[in-house]
Every structure is written in structure tokens, then in C-alpha cells.
Design a protein around this ligand. Structure first.
Ligand code: PMP
Ligand code: GLU
Length: 394
């Protein structure tokens, strides 16, 4: 008897988490696997943030349910951060703190979409966007960027994708999986199109804000006329190496923040109290540790770029942020039984014991995603192994 809902049967498993689980399984069997599949900092959460959590426990004041949308002082600090660092004006009641930015996004799609409503997704995109839109019974409309344009779809593509069913548009900048960063000019082009459609909500995922090698981080919500219809999503997982703490947040129009709050009140009550205190410490302390981590990613980016460039048949661009490469590997399809990127991923895992993620789940089946949030030593070994395994296919 199959008791599962159509909703869950139609849902795909997160390919990033699935590949990470596969790598973990092989490691447990004794294989020396280098995991470059999961987008997760290899650094520990900075000491002062750990101390913030310990202090919260010792204070003894944070053992009850937190307010559904997050502690007021944390929301005030986030509101202040938006103002100072992003030129965005979200009052504290327009902020909702959630169990990771993933829940922030789930709340948004559940709050916005009726069956058949469309969400325009800039592709390649992070795997969970499409799954969460579908969970909310929405329809994904992809606009795809080419590697030659740093994987960035343009304003004309956005314009052509808009229909009377379009409810929202979503992108990440810096982007997971491509590392691309939208410039002010890119956003001006987008805004020019969107200004004629005030009914479309813009969801700007800025979770990689602190890992940006382009130098400038621009929030689309800060452009003239955009604030009131833009939701800015951010979180602590990447820039502060806090993936396990599960703290993400949105700044949103008040009506939408209230809706997210309502959903969250029924699903998770609130985010973990101690994790919120750690997040407050992160936000209100100097960001030296984040800068040190970003600098390490910057060094590794060059290292990995040089090594990937040398592999015949691999096309690669230079990402401007986040900690991913998204090389095009289609020249290997059709060789020795490799049909597609998923086959190539499995081949590389079995042959070289390096785990990557197929581009398919990110909306670009000709590519593979490699996370370079790993030590230089591991990256060098992994790239040497990949090079050797691909040579065997040639
Ligand atoms: N957005 C993007 C682009 C991501 O890569 C991730 C993955 N961490 C998230 C959102 C979700 O982050 P969190 O761990 O805070 O749920
Ligand atoms: N966002 C990270 C990634 O893309 C973490 C895993 C996930 O939640 O997808 O690998």
C-alpha cells in the first residue's frame, strides 16, 4: 500500500545532501574520499561566536521558546545591518529569523504561491529553489545564463519570461552554484524590467554576501523603487561558518513577513534560542574571522582554477564569489559508457574517490559543481585524482 502523498512522491531529494551522504558512506567503508560536494565551510565557527552561545546557556535566560520571528534584539541588529551594510530599510517587524535560510525560502514560497503560480528562477540555481517552489505547488520558469556570460541571464530573458502568472523572481548573488556576482548594472537592467510589474516579488538570496571577490556587494532592494517589493534573504551558515546552527533570516514587506511568521508559528514555533544568541554575537562583533575565511577561499580559488584549466575538455570560468566552481564537462559525455554529468560524478567518486555534484539538479546538466571549501592540501590531491581519472576516459 502506498500511503505517501503525491506532493512527496513528486519531490526530488536534495542532490547536494545526497552526494554528501554517498561520500560519507564510502568513507565509513574505509575509502579515502575527499568530499567536494557539500557547500559547507571547512572552518570551525569562530571562537567568539561559540563563546556567545556558551554565555547564553550560562545566563540561564534562553531556555524557553523564543518569539516566533526571533528575539527582538537580534531582529534589531539585523535591521541595523541591512541599513548600514546594504542600504536597505527593513524595520525589526519586517525581519523573520528562521531555521536556516532554507526555511526562510520555504516560508516565502508557501506564503506567496497558489497552484500554478510561476516563479522565475535564474539558472543555474541552487537545488532547493525548484524543490521548494514545487512543494508550494508553484511552477518553475527557468532563465538560463551561459558560461560565456558568467552564467548570468540578462534582462531581455527576464522580460520574455514574465506572464500574468508570475508571482516572484529569485536569484542568488554571489551565486550557488556558479559563483557569479550580479553588478549594479545587472540589477539596473533587472529593475528596469520589473518596475513595470509591481505585482512581482523579488527574492534576493544574499547568503554568500561575505564571500565576494568582486569587491562590491549590491542588494537589488537598494535600487530606486525596489525596496518595497524585494525580500532579502541572508543567513549565518556561510560567511560565519555556522551551517549546523541553522540561522537564516529575511527582510521583507511587512505583509509578507507577517505571513512567514504565521507559517513558522505552525511549523517550527521559532528558531533555536541559543543559536539565535550566537547569531547576535556574530552580527555585533568585528568581522575579522569572516575576512580571514574569505581570504582563504580567495587563495584556493586561484589554485583550483589553475588546476581545472589544465584539464583537457573541461571548460571553466572564474567565479567572483561563494566557494564553488561549475565547470562544463560535456566533452566527456559518450565516452566509455558515461552518458551525462550524473554518470561522470559517480565515475569520479568510484575511480578517484572525490565527490562532486552533477549540474542537473542546478538546472545545467552539462556541468559539475565542485566546492572548494576544503584545505589546499585536499584540493591539490583531489584535482590530481580528477585529472587522472578523466585522462583514462580520453
Ligand atoms: N541559499 C543558498 C544559495 C545556499 O547555498 C544555501 C545553502 N546553505 C541556502 C540558501 C540555505 O542556507 P541555510 O544553511 O542557512 O539553510
Ligand atoms: N547549500 C549547501 C550546498 O549547496 C548546503 C547543502 C544544501 O542545503 O543544499 O551544498
Amino acid at each position: 500500500m502506498d500511503l505517501l502523498s503525491e506532493r512527496i512522491k513528486g519531490m526530488v531529494e536534495s542532490s547536494t545532501l545526497a552526494m554528501a551522504a554517498k561520500a560519507r558512506e564510502m568513507k565509513q567503508k574505509g575509502f579515502d574520499v575527499i568530499s567536494l560536494s557539500l557547500g559547507e565551510p571547512d572552518f570551525k565557527t569562530p571562537k567568539h561566536i561559540q563563546e556567545g552561545a556558551k554565555k547564553a546557556i550560562d545566563d540561564g535566560k534562553y531556555f524557553s521558546y523564543a518569539p516566533v520571528n526571533g528575539y527582538l534584539d537580534l531582529r534589531e541588529a539585523i535591521s541595523e545591518k541591512f541599513k548600514k551594510e546594504n542600504e536597505l530599510n527593513y524595520a525589526s517587524d519586517q525581519i523573520v529569523v528562521s531555521n536556516g535560510a532554507k526555511q526562510s525560502l520555504a516560508n516565502l514560497f508557501l506564503a506567496l504561491l497558489d497552484p500554478g503560480d510561476e516563479v522565475i528562477i535564474y539558472a543555474p540555481y541552487w537545488v532547493s529553489y525548484s524543490a521548494l517552489v514545487k512543494l508550494a505547488e508553484g511552477k518553475c520558469v527557468l532563465i538560463k545564463g551561459d558560461i560565456k556570460d558568467d552564467f548570468k541571464a540578462n534582462a531581455a530573458q527576464l522580460k520574455a519570461a514574465i506572464t500574468d502568472k508570475t508571482k516572484a523572481v529569485i536569484f542568488s548573488s554571489p551565486c550557488n552554484p556558479t559563483g557569479s556576482v550580479f553588478t549594479r548594472e545587472d540589477f539596473e537592467g533587472m529593475a528596469q524590467v520589473l518596475i513595470a510589474h509591481p505585482e512581482i516579488i523579488v527574492i534576493a538570496d544574499e547568503i554568500y554576501e561575505l564571500i565576494n571577490f568582486a569587491g562590491v556587494h549590491v542588494s537589488i532592494g537598494s535600487l530606486p523603487g525596489m525596496q518595497d517589493r524585494t525580500v532579502t534573504v541572508n543567513g549565518f551558515a556561510k560567511g560565519f561558518a555556522m551551517t549546523g546552527w541553522r540561522v537564516g533570516y529575511i527582510g521583507a514587506p511587512l505583509w509578507l513577513a507577517k505571513a512567514a511568521n504565521k507559517i513558522q508559528g505552525q511549523i517550527t514555533s521559532a528558531n533555536c534560542s541559543i543559536a539565535q544568541r550566537a547569531a547576535l554575537t556574530a552580527l555585533t562583533s568585528p568581522k575579522e574571522a569572516s575576512k580571514v575565511m574569505a581570504n582563504a577561499y580567495y587563495q584556493r580559488r586561484q589554485l583550483v582554477y589553475n588546476l581545472l584549466k589544465k584539464i583537457p575538455g573541461v571548460e571553466v570560468n572564474m567565479p567572483q564569489g561563494a566557494f564553488y566552481f561549475f565547470p562544463d564537462v560535456r566533452s566527456y559525455f559518450g565516452k566509455k559508457g558515461i552518458r551525462d554529468a550524473a554518470d561522470l560524478c559517480i565515475y569520479l567518486l568510484e575511480e578517484s574517490h572525490v565527490s562532486l555534484v552533477s549540474g542537473e539538479g542546478f538546472g545545467e546538466p552539462n556541468c559539475l559543481r565542485l566546492s572548494y571549501a576544503a584545505s589546499e592540501e585536499h584540493l591539490k590531491i583531489a584535482l590530481a585524482r580528477i585529472t587522472k581519472a578523466l585522462e583514462k576516459l580520453s
